[in-house]
Design a binder for this molecule. Structure first.
Ligand code: NAD
Length: 443
């Protein structure tokens, strides 16, 4: 059958605006939520991208999005289905890299944003990765250990199509830990027929994990905090710190600030909020949390309303829980001079503007919590070479990378008179889009 010759297409129909007009609702910038916030952040840096700006739409959609059904047998013999996701936002600079979150409120839009922030973060500290993220809509606290293992293994098997040591490397995030990573590594390896330690990072040290990985994100938060404090003339010793979220990130960051002579005066987590003007005993609080699962019930502190956390007199605030915690509703109440974003996406753009106008320095997630992925990179390199470094070497290299990356971002912020968030996006987006430009489009 002969086909009519194709009419030449109107060139204006190729313009990005024409092609993106019918974006699905979860890609719509008016639909704020983590993905909408990310899109706004990209829009803010586009004027600074120069000729690379012609590639910017590549940052506005994930490269690959996988939704999987995760059915498991519960202990009572019934079958439960959970929804799982793995999103690879960008792989221009290397394989996808990013954590896996188990939480009852996880959504595709959230995972998309988290994967995009991983692209930015990995480029900001210049590790050779793209960005990815995963999650399962499940409350792991409602599962037995056996059920948790089955959910993890089935999810890993389902996303096994797209992950791998040179394709996409998951890691821990909220409610996932070294044990979950061990199950993921084992499941992937069983399916491959060979032990592939490099498929995940954040593994137990006895299974190819890295010394210093568990503390790395908190250590990075502390490192950039110290660097920023030097530049604004703040003395860490004697400063008052308020921490939201006392898990892997918040707990370690709080401990390092306390060891440097700061007073951790308030901690809020999912179970409640505690306060002590003279400073909490951080090691005792960590022991309490690992025993009971929450800061609630810690004896040597006053209990305050969770919302009162935002009014606490402090010099440094560390949000280290979930997204969208600092909003228009509380940004004006925060007394801190500096906010260090341990969590991903804790500050909404409206809150960012309020804080900026009030002169509060915000150290953004995309640089402040990059210590975790930096040591994940070290872990991956060690797995490939089967040669493992000492904890001193790891911490020293981590601090050097974080200090260098932070100095670069600070300089860009001063040069363009922009916030540290916009500066980090400028540095990172240029690196990603330069790689895109060099690679060109296939076919
Ligand atoms: P975690 O599970 O170890 O701890 C999470 C903490 O948040 C817990 O203390 C929990 O009680 C608290 N929390 C949960 N819901 C809360 C709520 N509604 N209000 C107040 N507190 C609440 O998780 P984590 O690994 O410490 O991750 C915390 C944040 O840091 C997340 O945003 C994560 O994406 C980010 N992050 C983690 C890493 C890492 O290496 N673990 C790296 C980079 C960024």
């Amino acid at each position: 059958m002969s086909q009519a010759p194709k009419q030449p297409r109107d060139p204006s129909s190729y313009s990005p605006s024409a092609l993106t007009r019918a974006l699905p609702s979860y890609l719509n910038p008016d639909n704020l939520g983590p993905w909408g916030i990310y899109l706004q952040q990209v829009d803010r840096v586009t004027p600074y991208l120069g000729s690379l700006g012609r590639w910017v739409d590549t940052l506005k959609r994930p490269k690959r999005t996988l939704i999987v059904d995760v059915p498991i047998h519960l202990d009572d013999g019934s079958v439960a289905h959970f929804e799982g996701y793995r999103v690879q936002h960008n792989t221009s600079r290397g394989p996808g890299k990013g954590g896996v979150r188990f939480h009852q409120d996880v959504t595709l839009s959230e995972v998309m944003a988290l994967s995009a922030w991983m692209s930015i973060k990995n480029a900001a500290v210049n590790v050779p990765y793209g960005g990815a993220k995963g999650g399962i809509r499940v409350d792991p606290r409602q599962l037995s250990v056996g059920e948790l293992e089955r959910v993890t293994r089935r999810y890993t098997s389902e996303i096994g199509l797209i992950i791998g040591p040179t394709k996409d490397i998951p890691a821990p995030d909220v409610n996932t830990n070294e044990q979950v990573m061990a199950w993921m590594m084992d499941t992937y390896s069983m399916n491959e027929g060979a032990t592939a330690t490099g498929v995940v990072t954040g593994k137990p040290v006895d299974l190819g994990g890295s010394l210093g990985r568990r503390e790395a994100t908190g250590r990075g938060v502390f490192t950039v905090g110290v660097e920023a404090a030097k530049r604004i003339g703040m003395d860490i010793s004697g400063s008052r710190v308020a921490v939201q979220g006392f898990g892997n990130v918040g707990g370690v960051a709080g401990k390092l600030f306390a060891e440097a002579g700061a007073r951790v005066v308030a901690v809020q987590d999912h179970g409640g909020c505690i306060y002590r003007e003279a400073g909490l005993d951080v090691p005792a609080l960590m022991a309490h949390v690992s025993r009971t699962g929450s800061v609630a019930g810690f004896a040597q502190a006053e209990v305050i309303e969770p919302d009162a956390f935002w009014d606490v007199p402090c010099d440094i605030m560390i949000p280290a829980a979930l997204e969208q915690q600092i909003t228009e509703a509380n940004a004006a109440r925060i007394q801190a001079r500096m906010i260090i974003e341990g969590a991903n996406g804790p500050t909404t753009p409206q809150a960012d503007d309020i804080l900026h106008d009030r002169g509060v320095l915000v150290l953004p997630d995309v640089i402040a919590n990059a210590g975790g992925v930096t040591v994940s990179y070290f872990e991956w390199v060690q797995d490939f070479s089967s040669f493992f470094w000492t904890e001193e070497e790891i911490n020293e290299r981590l601090v050097r990378i974080m200090q260098g990356a932070f100095a670069g971002v600070w300089q860009v912020a001063e040069e363009h008179k922009v916030s540290l968030r916009t500066a980090t996006f400028i540095v990172a987006c240029k690196r990603i889009l330069h790689a895109r430009d060099l690679r060109g489009l296939y076919p």
